[in-house]
Ligand binder design. Structure first.
Ligand code: SF4
Ligand code: SF4
Length: 175
């Protein structure tokens, strides 16, 4: 089996598992108790505020650089460069999924994008709201973006997001 074919097999198998996990996250969210929901709402507001703040810095550069990009990074797999998201749907793990999903309706993933090696939330750009992204996606910067951004300032913002994530307890959502 060629390297490319084995990479594709791995990508497809990882993506199938990711899809199942994402569906379980959705079921977990709808099963939350009132008390858990209250706890989640507070944390979600913190997370989304941090995302809004960092997006204010990133977006002008994204608007300048990304439209002419020949190899967009929102792929399940690109050996040269990409957010490797085949192991997740939109880069989400349970904790950031809950924080992003709380009190909003995320768009349905377009799973058929997978045959084009594209993220299920991609349609000429990310279709997720700006403050509802996964931590994996928000911390990805290609070289072109890095050149244009103040990466020290970006790192400061990423640390704030990380601290919100670290202080968020899934156990508190199981009460
Ligand atoms: S972030 Fe970089 S790699 Fe991704 S689409 Fe924009 S220019 Fe391309
Ligand atoms: S969720 Fe959005 S930002 Fe993340 S890989 Fe998919 S399209 Fe790109």
């Amino acid at each position: 089996m060629s390297d490319l074919s084995s990479l594709n097999d791995r990508m497809n198998s990882d993506f199938e598992k990711a899809r199942e996990k994402y569906e379980i996250y959705g079921k977990f969210y709808v099963s939350l108790s009132h008390k858990a929901k209250e706890y989640l709402e507070d944390k979600s507001q913190e997370y989304r505020k941090c995302l809004t703040d960092i997006q204010r810095l990133i977006l002008p550069v994204v608007k300048k650089v990304c439209p002419t990009c020949e190899l967009p990074c929102c792929r399940l797999s690109t050996p040269e460069r990409s957010i490797y998201i085949a192991g997740s749907v939109g880069g989400f793990e349970l904790h950031d999924y809950l924080l992003a999903q709380c009190n909003t309706t995320l768009p349905d993933p377009e799973y058929e994008n997978a045959v084009k090696n594209l993220c299920p939330f991609w349609a000429s750009g990310c279709i997720l709201p700006l403050d509802c992204r996964s931590y994996l996606c928000i911390q990805y910067f290609c070289d072109e973006l890095k050149q244009e951004l103040d990466m020290d300032l970006i790192s400061e913002h990423l640390r704030k997001i990380e601290s919100v994530l670290n202080s968020f307890s899934i156990a508190e959502c199981m009460v």
